[in-house]
Write a protein that binds this ligand. Structure first.
Ligand SMILES: O=C(COP(=O)(O)O)[C@H](O)[C@H](O)COP(=O)(O)O
Ligand SMILES: [Mg+2]
Length: 415
């Protein structure tokens, strides 16, 4: 590539081939740089270029990316598929979201969206189950499935945690879920929690006649995660939960392989995603993180509450639509709406996001004035009313747990 400089990475007449990965960025050039120069540096640094003109002896494979469109601060770059190692998400992200995030040539740069070509997509497994879990595990029909995370998020003993789970399950919740920072601490060891929770699950199933399941958090170093995945399978679980951002995608890919062996589904918690996607115009969008999660093969992913909950959300609806869209035959992902939800928000949430979701509530269940069991009943009542098309206040008149929840929280968005 002797004589090639970063300017050679910009060609606005270029038409990407179907085999190329096309990425859309938002780019704010540095003060002393125009957009064309910044865009070509993005394409250069994220593929095979650097700041200096190179002197290389002999022929080498040309793996240059091309910035082919500039529209305001929106820049599109096409990457040849031979730049990427098939099935290696870490390597792909080291290209398209690597050094360029800290390049002085740009003040801000955000990876907004990717169009994944067929061959690269096919090198990933995608979800083993996807949103089919709603029906295949729970027989939930048209209704969203529900989940709850015991609160306080850490500090409950194993016995307390299990009891909260049992009350939630018998109140009508489908899934008990660990919180993102509960793993294997001395106050609530992983193995004890697993075994005792499955005992409570069996009792709740016998009592309610409904299928119940548990999203136990296996997050740890990768070897330990694999041991925990095996343990969950041996003890008769359907799911593991992984903090996918803090673990990293390489670990998620390894866990996905292990889950394949055991027929386990993966619930992906996205704690730390906001470090990538919250600052406007910089980082990696939640949309792209969701795309990566789907390729790596999670079955359920937190994608926000369409702004109804306590946390900042990026376009939950658009992300959920993408997760349900065709991606060269890969399965879809079930979106999980979570973070500050309570029964009064359910009708609006379903109106904004549809019924093919998991509704997850912590404080909105365990903060119920009459406790967890009543809180679980109230959330389930809100879901049942919404799916039946019955006004929540009308339903509440005959369902005291829901009436109490609405009396306490109304339809307010918490902070
Ligand atoms: O603990 C909770 C929800 O608790 P609560 O229901 O009490 O707010 C989850 O960790 C958040 O859902 C994460 O947010 P997101 O789903 O946006 O990733
Ligand atoms: Mg949490």
């Amino acid at each position: 590539m002797a004589g090639i400089t970063y300017e050679d990475f910009l060609d606005t007449s270029y038409e990407p081939a179907d085999s190329e990965l096309v990425c859309t960025f938002s780019v704010d050039p540095a003060a002393d740089m125009d957009m064309a120069a910044a865009a070509s540096r993005v394409a250069s640094e994220s593929s095979n270029g650097t700041w200096a003109e190179l002197q290389v002896d002999g022929e080498i494979t040309d793996l240059s990316a091309t910035a082919f469109e500039i529209d305001g601060r929106r820049v599109q770059v096409a990457y040849p598929d031979s730049l990427f190692e098939a099935g290696n998400m870490a390597q792909i992200l080291s290209c398209i979201a690597g050094n360029i995030m800290g390049m002085k040539a740009v003040d801000r740069i955000r990876l907004l969206d990717c169009e994944w070509p067929e061959a690269l997509t096919a090198s990933f497994p995608g979800p083993r189950f996807g949103s089919a879990v709603r029906e295949s595990i729970f027989g939930a029909g048209d209704r969203p499935i529900t989940a709850t995370v015991p609160k306080p998020k850490v500090g409950l003993s194993t016995d307390q945690h299990v009891q909260v789970g049992y009350e939630a399950w018998t109140g009508g919740i489908d899934l008990l879920k660990d919180d993102e920072n509960l793993t294997d601490q001395p106050f609530n060891p992983f193995r004890d929690r697993l075994i005792e929770s499955f005992g409570a699950r069996d009792r709740a199933e016998a009592e309610t006649g409904e299928k119940k399941s548990y999203l136990i958090n296996v997050t740890a170093d990768t070897n330990t995660m694999l041991e925990r995945v095996d343990m969950v399978a041996e003890e008769g679980g359907e799911y593991v939960m992984v903090d996918v951002i803090t673990c990293g995608w390489a670990a998620v890919q390894t866990v996905r392989d292990q889950c394949e062996k055991h027929d386990l589904a993966i619930h992906a918690h996205r704690a730390m995603h906001a470090a990538f996607d919250r600052v406007p115009n910089h980082g990696v969008s939640m949309r792209v993180l969701a795309q990566v999660a789907r390729l790596c093969g999670v079955d359920q992913l937190h994608t926000g509450t369409a702004d109804l909950g306590k946390l900042e959300n990026e376009d939950s609806r658009g992300i959920n639509d993408w997760l349900a869209s065709d991606l060269h035959g890969l399965r879809d992902v079930l979106p999980v709406a979570s973070g500050g939800l309570h029964p009064g928000l359910v009708p609006e949430l379903v109106d904004r996001l549809g019924t093919n979701i998991c509704i997850q509530a912590g404080g909105g269940i365990h903060g119920h004035p009459d406790g967890t069991h009543a809180g679980a009943k109230a959330l389930r009542q809100a879901v049942d009313a919404t799916v039946a098309g019955v006004d929540l206040d009308e339903y509440a008149a005959e369902h005291p747990e829901l009436e109490t929840a609405i009396g306490k929280w109304g339809t307010e968005t918490p902070r």
